[in-house]
Design a protein around this ligand. Structure first.
Ligand SMILES: NC(=O)c1ccc[n+]([C@@H]2O[C@H](COP(=O)([O-])OP(=O)(O)OC[C@H]3O[C@@H](n4cnc5c(N)ncnc54)[C@H](O)[C@@H]3O)[C@@H](O)[C@H]2O)c1
Length: 321
């Protein structure tokens, strides 16, 4: 790594105001100087203290602005690139921006990285959606699969897949130390955008119906955000990670969407009903990772089981802390 042992590493997090980015920033601020670069279209910083933290600098900017990204990257040792349009609903409403932010935004980040006098190490966020609709025990050496171009949903997965290829191409062609991560259904405190847990917990606390799509039998593996952050930092820090893609998920926390809704209702003590609604866009039927590569190369072992994670998430939504 480029940082000397006597100097705190300088870290840039694009999308650092979001759900995962803010949790990552909180962890890193103890040991690093952290720059959060974000449009603040989403903002999960409330209550974190990050806006007044002496080790944290907030930079308002768009990854589509290459000069702005390059300015934010000066003197940086590590770059975590999370900035993205995220959430199926937002993607369906903004398919062009989804693809532009992913592809053009990642070009901004990678071009700025290779222009630095000392190349930073870069971790680029992809998605488990690159495995398509049937993703049972998928590993990183499996083929990826995105659906037909007639369906807007796949703009997100196909752009993220392109972004992963881009990142590894920069690694091979420009000597950039880069790795990519594929998160599988991350949940926890400060999920301010979309997501099943976010929806279920809010509705349960309001006593309103929890809506599952179609019959709710879709299988998902649910990863608590603290475990996601641990895996992400290991991806940055482990030399063995360079040039690799990693599934980051928790196969031990696999339940159907309906079972998840039932768990949220039970843990929160809510009397909310669970109702089904048909959706006309293609859903992912099964999404369960193999995390063998991350276990071996990163020492990745999720620690927070689903019930404990849901309890912590509900506590945050109740109190905001
Ligand atoms: N949460 C999950 O389960 C999950 C699953 C798979 C992949 N991911 C990926 O992880 C990353 C973080 O996701 P998240 O759940 O924290 O989402 P999030 O929406 O909370 O965070 C994304 C952040 O990016 C910012 N952003 C959006 N467009 C931007 C732009 N043009 N320039 C600068 N900032 C911009 C947003 O304001 C937001 O703060 C994303 O790349 C997402 O695709 C998340």
């Amino acid at each position: 790594m480029s940082s000397s042992p006597t100097r705190r590493p300088v870290v840039l997090i694009t999308g650092g105001a979001g759900f995962i980015g803010s949790t990552l920033a909180l962890r890193l601020a103890a040991t690093c100087d952290v720059r959060i670069f974000d449009t603040f279209a989403r903002n999960a910083l409330a209550g974190t203290g990050l806006d007044a933290h002496p080790a944290v600098t907030l930079l308002r900017g768009d990854v589509l602005d290459g000069a702005g990204v390059a300015a934010a990257m000066q003197g940086v040792d590590q770059v975590y690139h999370l900035a993205s349009i995220a959430g199926v609903g937002t993607v369906l409403n903004h398919p062009v921006r989804t693809m532009r932010v992913a592809i053009q935004g990642t070009f901004s980040v990678l071009d700025a990285a290779i222009a630095q006098p000392v190349l930073p190490r870069v971790v680029v966020f992809s998605t488990s959606e690159v495995y398509g609709r049937q993703a049972r025990n998928v590993s990183e050496s499996d083929d990826t699969a995105v659906g037909p171009v007639s369906q807007s949903r796949w703009t997100y997965a196909s752009a993220k897949l392109a972004v992963e290829h881009l990142a590894h191409a920069f690694g091979r062609e420009h000597g950039l130390q880069v790795a990519t991560v594929r998160p599988f259904n991350v949940y926890g405190p400060r999920q301010v955008g979309e997501g099943a847990v976010h929806h279920f917990v809010r509705k349960a606390l309001l006593g309103e119906p929890l809506v599952v799509h179609n019959d709710g039998s879709q299988s998902r593996s649910w990863l608590f955000v603290d475990d996601m952050v641990t895996g992400t930092i290991a991806t940055m820090e482990r030399d063995e990670a360079v040039g690799q893609a990693f599934n980051l998920g928790n196969p031990d926390a696999t339940v159907s969407v309906r079972e998840l809704a039932e768990l949220v209702v039970e843990v929160s003590g809510s009397s909310s009903p669970i109702v089904s609604e048909a959706r006309d866009y293609p859903d992912i039927e099964v999404r369960i990772p193999s995390i063998d590569r991350a276990r071996v190369l990163l020492g990745f072992a999720p620690e927070v089981d689903l019930r404990a994670g849901i309890e912590r998430t509900i506590a945050w939504y109740r109190t905001g802390a």
